[in-house]
Design a protein around this ligand. Structure first.
Ligand code: HEC
Ligand code: HEC
Length: 320
């Protein structure tokens, strides 16, 4: 009898021990964050934010491509295909709206979009919160960083805080402008800057520190047929908004290909050819901006100078 009791106690302890071991082993060891931004970074790279635990923000916003994707459209849970090109999520701090059609006004508003989108992470934010609080390490991280367990609000706050750290200002162009390096901004890039501002009319839409005026414009990629994403119109239902998209910033543009809301241009050369004569690519566009009504007639040298300028906007530091 005594032996039997001893044996039973031993078995129970062993079972409990194994169970605890298994549970702690199923969590990969994470580096404890010391700030809200660091916690946000952990979340950004963690597929715990998706229904099938397979997709993280960084699955589509890949750091080596300026936090954009290198395919025309990305794939979410169950390998579902998205409808638009994944934009860079860098240099967004000063933006006044988010997504190609501007449907979110703050980074905080934007975060729940991909998490709950059926073609992206496909999970209610409340379910993410539940998973995080069941996860031993995340539960402790939220308590240490926020003083309480995960909530919808602090999950969103942490991810947006991380997104706000993704600012770049160390490109050849920046260093030339602030006088710290006059060598790496080439003569071709200097000529290209003038074309960007004048003959190319790029500056009319791509202005300001991040090369975007934060406006919705139609560059001619909507024809209601094979190009049928109506852009801003889908939000406002105003006919004047047909085919308008958010003017994207151009920092780090050399690594952010393919380009445009539908990823239709593979290279910057192709983008320049497009602007030079949009009708060669899309002859039946609807509501195209009057700035693009006539061909630019850029010479081959002007095109390559313009490309050199665009290439000078890349900050190589973050690529490491
Ligand atoms: C399956 C791919 C995918 C995943 C996963 C994904 N995104 Fe995105 N992201 C996109 C696409 C596509 C868009 C553009 C959608 C649109 O404009 O309609 C976008 C847009 C954005 C934008 C707006 C950028 C701008 O210039 O307006 C931000 C910011 C962003 N995502 C952050 C995130 C965060 C944070 C996560 C994780 C919580 C995430 N994304 C997960 C594909 C993805
Ligand atoms: C009328 C305003 C306007 C003008 C002029 C203009 N752009 Fe744009 N640009 C936009 C808009 C809007 C988009 C997004 C269009 C879309 O996806 O349908 C865009 C997209 C781009 C992209 C792709 C960005 C990305 O992340 O996919 C590049 C590169 C670019 N423009 C460079 C230029 C250059 C170079 C010029 C001058 C030759 C120029 N733009 C002139 C408004 C403009």
């Amino acid at each position: 009898m005594k032996h039997l009791i001893k044996f039973s106690i031993f078995t129970i302890i062993t079972v409990i021990f194994c169970y605890c071991q298994r549970n702690s082993n199923s969590e990969t060891k994470l580096i404890p964050p010391t700030s809200i931004e660091e916690l946000g970074k952990l979340l950004y790279f963690d597929s715990i934010l998706s229904r099938d635990n397979q997709v993280s923000c960084a699955s589509c916003h890949k750091p080596q491509f300026a936090f954009a994707d290198n395919t025309p459209v990305s794939f979410g849970v169950d390998s579902l295909k998205g409808g638009r090109n994944t934009p860079s999520s860098m240099n967004l701090t000063s933006r006044s709206m988010y997504f190609w059609d501007g449907r979110a006004e703050t980074l905080e508003d934007q975060v729940s979009g991909p998490i709950e989108n059926p073609a992206e992470m496909d999970i209610p934010l409340s379910e993410v919160v539940r998973k995080l609080n069941k996860h031993k390490q995340y539960r402790a991280f939220f308590i240490s960083v926020f003083g309480k367990i995960a909530t919808k609000e602090n999950v969103v706050q942490a991810i947006s805080a991380f997104e706000r750290t993704l600012e770049t200002n160390n490109s050849a162009f920046d260093n030339y402008m602030n006088g710290s390096d006059t060598i790496h901004f080439s003569a071709a890039a200097k000529r290209g800057q003038i074309i960007f501002n004048e003959k190319g009319k790029c500056f009319d839409c791509h202005f300001g520190p991040d090369f975007t005026g934060d406006q919705f414009r139609n560059i001619g990629l909507f024809n209601g047929k094979d190009l049928n994403d109506s852009g801003r119109f889908s939000i406002t239902r105003k006919l004047t908004d047909l085919g308008k998209f958010k003017t994207p910033g151009l920092r780090n543009i050399s690594v952010n290909r393919p380009y445009m809301h539908n990823g239709m241009h593979k290279t910057l050369k192709e983008v320049i050819e497009y602007y030079n004569e949009p009708d060669k690519f899309v002859s039946n566009s609807i509501n195209r901006d009057s700035l693009l009504s006539k061909p630019l007639n850029l010479t081959d040298k002007e095109k390559s100078d313009l490309e050199a300028f665009l290439l000078s906007l890349t900050d190589k530091q973050f690529l490491k």
